[in-house]
Design a protein around this ligand. Structure first.
Ligand code: GDP
Ligand code: MG
Length: 794
């Protein structure tokens, strides 16, 4: 019988997991180990995927994947329970000693580098925020490091540098986060690893801890969400457990800050080599694996070029498991071929004797070790913490209600973002207009006044007005993320995303894309499959980001005021359609073979905290404002400069009115010349040189299109840009529509391109994005222009 055969509400016991390597590994790591009880809990509205309960938490699996897990009805299964925690015989081998801080090369005095490692949703970010007190340095767009924030705090004379690493379930080389975390530990050598463990879900969370035990680094465990453990009525002797695994444990509640001082004290103790709990424990992998492990370890101990940060036993284990990342790291060692041969022989032997891969056997042993330890120190509570969650899930993932609720929430997000945002927007706009007037009134006439009033205030002002929209959008995104609804959105959407060759997890980055493509592209990190991740990254720029909204509002408001809502929604929908088509094309044409396991934790619903929500909004606002202060301001000034010079000589006895004069000025400026040079390319859509210039400058950042138009159409009598545009006669409805489509689809902005380059690690995909997106934009814009000719006035 397979897991997929289980009816809702039924339970069974796992016998075996089949399927290909990466899939099996991930499934087993997440707790689907032999002898575990699984319950089928709920179907998603489209019947697939299904929510299962295992090890006290909930996870979503596709039916096709559940079919690879062999189970037995509970009464037929009779599994012997593993014994208590066993240590390997060579636990006292001096070469395997856990390096304590004092043996490390010259520790910086009074400065402790701490790396936060833990499962997703274990409260790392909450802990990070409560420790660093908001005084952190927020990583900005550039570089892969954006996933890792570093914060600082001074406590008892020590300066703590705390790094919030991405959440992982293990440290295998399976997902980008796992590789990232492992590489961070290897390269940056944090003084102390702070392992965040969910106290109310120890069994699954401690799996990662067993991996850290193998790494043999100075480690402290924060038993976070201790309040939930207590609320469930469970009891835990954490001192005894810490003693067993050789790692000090401190109960914490990141939400309230309880236990933080003790945690920091413990970190200092460990750093100073004063902690008495800490010791190296070697998990016993059993009589079959241990001898093979000993052979490879001994070979490695003789080497002098083995990376010393991790112990030989760890590297030996990884080679036995066939870990590709470890192979890559060790390849440069002189004796590598010998090690590899020994490891392959060992793995073969293990496979022969245990009838399973070393990898799976090791994971099994680790879970056995945890279960054995927990049996001695932990009594489960009687209160089911998941009850409220299950009740809510039964509604939000209901067959009929699921989608209406989802659509309602998306509608609520968008309507509030844009309609409520309109009010503060008007105030900001008025403030900038007032500022411009004051400048004009008080400064002497000349280039400097024009630069400040038109270039700086005009440019920056037209972008700042959208700050309220961004704050509101991120308010909703943050609420959905922190409450746990985002994961449900992926659960509900998986079936549909599957149609375009992606999975539910790709939905979240796409939704984020409506806010800004840069964080959206980074959010793809949660997607394990390389090809799904790449496709999601490449289609994300078609999701209409909030920077494009100002342009839409301006043009739609000007040329389609009667049907503004419909046109706006159609634009967004068209972007989604192009994203879907591109995904299908890429999946069919470029990345043919890929079927990723859709294993996603469905965290219990939690009440979002005001503090975390505000912080998230603030972070985004700050990023946005920095963009204005940096790139956009510079570009606004460059554009102003290009349009202001060379100055056109005006004869003193001219009969021309000021509007005609300023147009003449623009036409002869550098900007006008560049626009005119490129204009033939977009002439088929009837874009004039001003529109061409706006598109050129918008390639830097989409919101610049508005400020460019603002500069180019600023000198008329009309007070508003919209009025000037309408009066200019430069756009018809159909050319405005074609212009909108072009802006929706063409070349991603510089920040997005930088993110694409970083996340894909290749310039090839940056070039692809520029060429493909601009090509699609041209074709679609051309098509729309001609189609619209049938319906709209010329
Ligand atoms: P991360 O994914 O590991 O960074 O986890 P977050 O810091 O984002 O926290 C995930 C969720 O757990 C949020 O809803 C937090 O409010 C909540 N949370 C964090 N720490 C605690 C805690 O100690 N107790 C309780 N009850 N909830 C917590
Ligand atoms: Mg986090």
């Amino acid at each position: 019988m397979n897991l997929s055969d289980l009816q809702n509400g039924d339970s069974a016991v796992i016998v075996r997991v089949s399927g290909h390597g990466a899939f099996r590994r991930r499934i087993i790591e997440m707790g689907f180990v032999r002898g575990q009880k699984v319950t089928s809990m709920l179907n998603s509205p489209l019947n697939d995927p299904v929510k299962y309960g295992v090890m006290g938490y909930e996870v979503s699996l596709r039916r096709s994947e559940a079919a690879m897990i062999e189970v037995l009805p509970e009464d037929e299964a009779n599994q012997p329970l593993p014994d208590g925690p066993e240590e390997a015989p060579n636990a006292n081998d001096p070469t395997n000693r856990r390096p304590s801080a004092d043996t490390q090369p010259a520790p910086r005095k009074n400065e402790i580098n701490v790396a936060l490692v833990g499962n997703p949703n274990s409260g790392k970010t909450s802990l990070f925020n409560v420790i660093s007190g908001g005084r952190e340095h927020v990583g900005n767009y550039s570089g892969v490091t954006v996933a890792a924030k570093t914060g600082h705090v001074t406590y008892k004379g020590y300066r703590f540098n705390i790094t919030d690493l991405p959440g992982t379930y293990s440290l295998s080389a399976y997902s980008p986060e796992e590789r990232y975390v492992r590489q961070h530990i290897l390269d940056r050598r944090p003084d102390v690893i702070l392992n965040v463990v969910v106290a109310s879900n120890l069994e699954r969370n401690l799996y990662l801890t067993t991996e850290l035990i193998d790494l043999s680094q100075p480690t402290v465990i924060a038993l976070n969400m201790y309040d939930e453990l207590e609320a469930s009525g469970a009891t835990l002797n954490h001192e005894k457990l810490g003693g067993m695994i050789g790692i000090p444990m401190v109960p914490t509640v990141a939400r309230t800050g309880d236990g933080i001082d003790t945690l920091l004290d413990t970190i200092i103790d460990l750093f100073e080599g004063r902690n008495r709990v800490t010791r190296q424990v070697n998990i016993n992998y059993g009589t079959t694996i241990e001898p093979e492990l000993a052979i490879v370890t001994r070979l490695m101990q003789q080497s002098d070029d083995l990376p010393r940060q991790f112990p030989p036993r760890y590297w030996a284990l990884k080679l036995l498991e066939g870990d590709t990342e470890a192979q890559r790291t060790l390849r440069s060692c002189a004796a590598y071929p010998e090690w590899k041969a020994a490891a392959e022989r060992g793995a073969e032997k293990i496979h022969r004797l245990l009838a399973e891969q070393t990898e799976a056997a090791v994971i099994d042993r680790k879970y056995g070790y945890i279960a054995g330890a927990l049996r001695k120190v932990y009594t489960p509570g009687t209160v089911d913490l998941n009850r409220a969650t299950d009740r809510i899930d039964r509604i939000v993932a209901h067959k009929w209600l699921g989608f209406p609720i989802f659509i309602f929430l998306m509608w609520l997000t968008f309507s509030t973002t844009f309609w409520l945002g309109k009010y503060p927007q008007d105030w900001i706009e008025a403030a900038f207009a007032w500022l411009g007037e004051i400048l004009r009134a008080h400064m002497p006439e000349g280039p400097l006044r024009d630069l400040l009033a038109d270039g700086v205030i005009g440019g920056v002002g037209s972008v700042t007005v959208f700050l309220p929209n961004i704050l509101l959008l991120y308010l909703f995104i943050s609420l959905m993320e922190d409450s746990g609804y985002m994961a449900r959105a992926a659960f509900i959407m998986d079936r549909i995303m599957h149609r375009i060759g992606l999975h539910g997890k790709s939905f979240i980055p796409m939704l984020m894309g409506f806010g800004c493509n840069v964080p959206a592209i980074m959010a793809t990190r949660t997607i394990e499959s390389h090809s799904s991740r790449l496709i999601t990254i490449l289609i994300d720029p078609f999701m209409s980001c909030s920077a494009r909204l100002p342009v839409y509002i301006l043009l739609v408001g000007t040329f389609f005021s009667a049907t503004a809502g419909t046109v706006l929604i159609s634009l967004y929908a068209f972007g989604i359609l192009m994203a879907a088509l591109t995904a299908v094309l890429l999946r069919r044409g470029v990345f043919k073979a890929d079927e990723t396991p859709f294993v996603m934790e469905l965290p219990p619903y939690r009440m979002p905290t005001v503090r975390a929500t505000l912080k998230h909004m603030w972070d985004k606002a700050e990023q946005y404002m920095r963009k204005i202060g940096g790139v956009i301001l510079v570009i606004s000034i460059i554009i102003w400069f290009l349009s202001y010079y060379p100055r056109t000589e005006v004869p003193t006895d001219t009969t021309l009115d000021p509007v005609a004069l300023s147009e003449m000025q623009y036409e002869n400026s550098f900007l006008g010349r560049i626009g005119k040079f490129c204009q033939p390319l977009v002439a088929p859509m009837d874009f004039n040189w001003k529109a061409t210039v706006a598109l050129l400058s918008g390639a830097a950042a989409k919101e610049v299109i508005v400020s460019t138009l603002g500069v180019l159409y600023s000198n008329a009598d009309e007070a508003s840009l919209s009025g000037t545009l309408a009066a200019s006669g430069d756009f018809t409805q159909r050319s405005a529509l074609a212009f909108l489509i072009f802006i929706l689809l063409y070349c991603p902005c510089i920040a997005s391109l930088a993110a694409i380059g970083n996340e894909t690690g290749s310039r090839k995909w940056v070039a692809f994005s520029i060429l493909y997106n601009t090509g699609v934009a041209w074709l679609m814009s051309y098509g729309v222009y001609h189609l619209a000719g049938l319906f709209l006035s010329a």
